[in-house]
Ligand binder design. Structure first.
Ligand SMILES: NC(=O)c1ccc[n+]([C@@H]2O[C@H](COP(=O)([O-])OP(=O)(O)OC[C@H]3O[C@@H](n4cnc5c(N)ncnc54)[C@H](O)[C@@H]3O)[C@@H](O)[C@H]2O)c1
Length: 247
């Protein structure tokens, strides 16, 4: 039997690249979808120099047709796809009273429309084949309103958690599960790039476990939720936030 296949969006760098690497280490063939194609291709080659077990494709998660093209390209190349990780996301911090229509739409598109289209296209494909796994990368911001990330981002991530439940309910009878992971601040480049050092010290001090989260653990949670025997985890949101938010 050929090994399982996963598509990870936003996999050129950051958490997506770590998720791709952990799926690859777990024996998956991995497709890295990103708008940053060259960077995604370099990340893919680091996993599989001859592209036999990892390759990149250009995918803009705000475009439904890109998900459909990705699905077709993966099936044409490897004959199957078993899991989708909707990881791509972005935010630009703007005070809530100053967010413009354009800024709001852009952040909603990347973080929420992406989940809608990914779940529509791959959810239907998985339902047709009678099995499949979708993992949506949400955020603590979507649960507590966020702090340093922006209201549009927090609203989009809250929406991603809600869409997770809707698709989980609708696709369950077809053998498809849909779950979310909601990380708190992770030890990743974007966090160090976007949060000034003195502010980051305060963020870390506010986390009950006293340190930023490990991306590879979040990635392993995605691998676990995507596994074949994960059928009973459905519509859940797995909080990984160092104790910042308990419910
Ligand atoms: N870093 C954290 O602490 C943290 C915490 C909670 C949740 N998250 C979530 O984890 C995910 C990954 O975040 P990250 O920290 O690795 O961010 P990042 O900015 O380092 O990486 C995001 C990736 O998504 C890609 N991308 C952006 N727009 C895209 C589009 N339209 N289509 C396809 N790809 C696109 C980028 O090119 C990049 O490779 C996001 O959903 C983010 O909201 C991150």
């Amino acid at each position: 039997m050929s090994s399982r296949v996963v598509l990870v969006t936003g996999a050129a760098r950051g958490l997506g690249a770590v998720i791709a690497a952990r799926f690859h280490a777990a024996g998956y063939r991995v497709v890295l979808g990103d708008v940053a194609f060259d960077a995604a291709a370099a990340t893919a080659r680091a996993l599989s120099a001859d592209e036999s077990s990892a390759f990149a494709l250009k995918l803009d998660v705000t475009r439904k047709e890109d998900f459909a093209s990705a699905r077709d390209a993966i099936v044409a190349r490897w004959g199957r796809v078993d899991a989708l990780v909707n990881n791509a996301g972005a935010s630009k911090v703007v005070p809530v009273m100053e967010i413009t229509a354009e800024q709001f739409d852009q952040v909603i598109d990347i973080n929420l429309r992406s989940v809608l289209f990914g779940c529509q296209v791959f959810g239907q494909h998985f339902a047709n084949q009678g099995e499949g796994r979708i993992v949506n990368i949400a955020s603590l911001a979507g649960q507590n309103g966020g702090s340093a990330t922006g209201a549009h981002y927090a609203a989009a991530k809250g929406g991603a958690i809600t869409l997770t439940k809707v698709f989980a309910r609708d696709l369950a009878a077809s053998g498809v599960t849909v779950n979310a992971i909601s990380p708190g601040p992770l030890d990743l480049p974007i966090v160090h790039e976007s949060v000034p050092a003195d502010k980051l010290d305060k963020v870390v001090a506010s986390i009950p476990v006293g340190r930023l989260g490990a991306a590879d653990y979040v990635a392993d949670a995605a691998v676990l939720l995507a596994s074949g025997n994960a059928y009973f985890a459905n519509g859940a949101c797995w909080d990984i936030n160092g104790g910042l938010y308990m419910r």
